[in-house]
Design a protein around this ligand. Structure first.
Ligand code: NDP
Length: 292
């Protein structure tokens, strides 16, 4: 069994990006600039945005964090989005989700300039992804593709079961692995809460990708020997022994499943760190595109 080390892989990737930024600086080019909009005080969102900003600094990007109270109106937020669209120094930006209930997330996502949509959530970019055209790919599935490629995990002709069909993880993942190319060329089953006999499907899978958000859902008796296991799940579970008062738990019962698998991502240290690295990769791409 091989542990797919997302921490190491993302550090390798960040180093490669930092080297590229150094070359851009030497050439006198503009360095990539990522902005993030954060609304409210949600603990997890604060943590995610904080680490995105820190990662920008690590690789030599510029970063801007725009923080607003959760009382901001939809119109005011749309004004901020339009301002980022027309701000020439910003190459790409993200709007950290979830947004407060009184704001229509789709309206905000639709207002983002697709050329700056480094999360790849805009329908224009999502459509291009489905049509196998060059675009921004949502960072989490993009990170999974990157780790599969770097560890040379074979996907061609394999049966992949993706559990979870969200617009940011499961569904794009299912599209990417069914596309032509490498990684890709897989036969994909996309499962969700209405799927009948889920265990029968996961037992047949060569690759199982868990993205549902239920701690330790996938057990050893649900997978076949030698399967590749990708765990996207991140759930904060209270733990009085941890300094933070909680621990991060994945959707896979790692201790049970790992001995049966050929490759497996741990939680933490698997898919999570890859997500941030791929956001940086998309921002670098956005910056280069805008200069050409
Ligand atoms: P969502 O809550 O948007 O989607 C969950 C999906 O799981 C839905 O499609 C739902 O089905 C499905 N589901 C729920 N229960 C079951 C069940 N019993 N059997 C089968 N399918 C089920 O979650 P996200 O995609 O946003 O996130 C999934 C997990 O990944 C979360 O833990 C999240 O924190 C984590 N995450 C991790 C990231 C990372 O960087 N590592 C990035 C993003 C998310 P239905 O559609 O029918 O409701």
């Amino acid at each position: 069994m091989i542990v797919l080390d997302g921490k190491k892989t993302s550090n390798d990737l960040k180093l490669e990006i930092a080297q590229e930024v150094d070359r851009m600086k030497v050439a006198g080019s503009k360095v990539p600039h990522l902005a993030a909009i954060l609304v409210g005080e949600d603990g997890a969102s604060l943590t995610y945005v904080g680490s995105k900003v820190r990662s920008c600094e690590q690789v030599g990007f510029e970063s801007t964090l725009l923080k607003f109270p959760d009382t901001i109106s939809e119109e005011e937020l749309l004004d901020q989005v339009h301002a980022l669209n027309t701000n020439d120094s910003i190459d790409g930006y993200i709007v950290q989700l979830p947004l407060p209930k009184h704001i229509d997330e789709n309206k905000i996502l639709m207002a983002i300039d697709p050329e700056k949509d480094v999360d790849g959530f805009h329908p224009y970019n999502f459509g291009k992804m489905a049509l196998e055209m060059d675009t921004f790919i949502p960072a989490t599935p993009f990170g999974i593709m990157e780790i599969l490629e770097r560890y040379q995990v074979k996907t061609k002709g394999k049966h992949v079961v993706v559990v979870g069909r969200s617009h940011i993880v499961g569904r794009p993942m299912s599209i990417l692995l069914s596309r032509k190319g490498n990684p890709g060329n897989a036969t994909v089953t996309l499962a969700h809460s209405h799927t009948a006999n889920l265990a029968e499907l996961t037992q047949q899978a060569d690759i199982v990708i868990m993205a549902l958000g239920i701690p330790h859902f996938l057990k050893a008796d649900m997978v076949k020997a030698g399967a590749v296991i990708i765990d996207v799940g991140i759930t904060r579970v209270p733990n009085a022994d941890s300094p933070k008062g909680y621990q991060i738990v994945g959707d896979v019962d790692f201790n049970e499943v790992a001995p049966k698998s050929s490759y497996i991502t741990p939680v933490p240290g698997g898919v999570g760190p890859m997500t941030i690295a791929m956001l940086l990769k998309n921002t670098l791409l956005a910056c280069k595109r805008r200069q050409n």
